[in-house]
Design a protein around this ligand. Structure first.
Ligand code: PMP
Length: 350
């Protein structure tokens, strides 16, 4: 049975998993959620009426997220990970005959999901230092007139924050919707969340997978104009958020202080890692996220990645990705994991 013609050339999304002692390859939180969260979750789970469908609108969860960001619940759309948030946005606004703009290198799934919906992807190029070139933004927008334009701040896999002036600039130029993917937003020095307005065609997406130590729960959301959230609600499958997930997310929101503490620790560790790596023959890209992109000088990225793996340290090998020759990406782990990474890296780099 042949698949759709336009899907035949597409490749799936791969993130190889290997059994190792130190796993720093998928940008997760190195810490499990607080024990008190797990206990409260287990307790509430025992009271779920499993023979009933869950609250379709996830009202309490939405209200909790809205309160955290100082917006109205009607401005919040929740889904199974921010990937499903992005998919719903693209099902609603992309599709055949429409164009989606990305500025590469960036998160692969933006272009991938856009193509799955049948849209054309216009790939703009970033400058050699991975910053956004506003001249290129103007060119892409003029040539492609995208219905959806993506920014990612901090950007995955580079770690660079998009300065506010760039986000405002793209917002004023883009003819359609601007999506700012802030999967790593909590680790950054600023957020585009404050720009969201019912009158502006812009959404900001976030996830519980990183800061909230809940990658296993698959929960993400966006904040945007009320009319737009209402359109997304029409497109997403009914009851897509199961009862357990709604509880998990709602309870997580009562642990904001604990999560802020973890973010601070990870940011401090990120700076420690970056400084230590900077003292080796390595080009380090400034990061506002929970990971660091780097390029060893005078050594092949692949060989360094393999050397680390031989020492049971797994990081992400981006060296074969377009525009990222010799680049590797390490997720910030626990202080001990980071020490092990640094020791292995300095051995490999000698
Ligand atoms: N956006 C970016 C930029 C990411 O790096 C990721 C995770 N790899 C996601 C979205 C998806 O996160 P999730 O679906 O776990 O919320």
């Amino acid at each position: 049975m042949p698949v759709r013609d336009d899907l035949r050339a597409l490749e799936g999304y791969h993130s190889p998993q290997v059994q190792v002692r130190v796993r720093l390859n998928t940008n997760e939180s190195p810490f499990p959620p607080p024990v008190a969260w797990r206990d409260a979750f287990a307790e509430e789970l025992s009271r779920v009426e499993w023979h009933r469908y869950p609250d379709r609108a996830a009202s309490e969860l939405r209200a909790g997220i809205a309160a955290m960001h100082g917006v109205r619940p009607e401005q919040v759309f929740v889904a199974n990970g921010s990937n499903e948030v992005l998919q719903t946005v693209l099902l609603t606004f992309a599709g055949p005959g429409r164009t989606v703009a990305t500025f590469e290198p960036t998160y692969q799934l933006h272009g991938h999901i856009a193509r799955l919906t049948g849209a054309t992807v216009a790939e703009g190029e970033r400058a050699a230092d991975f910053t956004l070139d506003m001249g290129e933004v103007r060119r892409v927008i003029r040539d492609a007139s995208p219905t959806v334009t993506f920014l990612c701040s901090p950007n995955n896999p580079t770690g660079l924050e998009e300065p506010e002036a760039n986000v405002r600039g793209v917002l004023s130029l883009a003819p359609g919707l601007l999506v700012v993917d802030e999967a790593y937003g909590q680790f950054a020095s600023w957020s585009a969340m404050g720009l969201v307005d019912d009158e502006l065609p812009m959404v900001v997406s976030r996830t519980f997978s990183k800061t909230w130590s809940m990658a296993g729960s698959r929960l993400g959301y966006l904040v945007g104009p009320e009319w737009l959230v209402a359109e997304l609600d029409k497109v997403v499958l009914p009851y897509h958020l199961d009862a357990a997930k709604q509880i998990a997310g709602r309870l997580a929101l009562t642990f904001v202080a604990e999560m802020d503490e973890r973010v601070q620790l990870i940011v401090a560790e990120r700076e420690r890692l970056a400084a230590a790596m900077g003292s080796m023959p390595i080009d380090v890209v400034p990061s506002g996220a929970n990971f660091i992109l780097f390029r060893p000088r005078g050594r092949s990225g692949r060989a360094v990645w393999q050397g680390l793996l031989d020492r049971s340290v797994l990081i992400r090998d981006c060296s074969g990705w377009p525009r990222l020759a010799d680049c590797l990406r390490v997720t910030v782990g626990t202080p001990q994991e980071n020490d092990e990474f640094l020791t292995a890296l300095s051995e490999v780099m000698q």
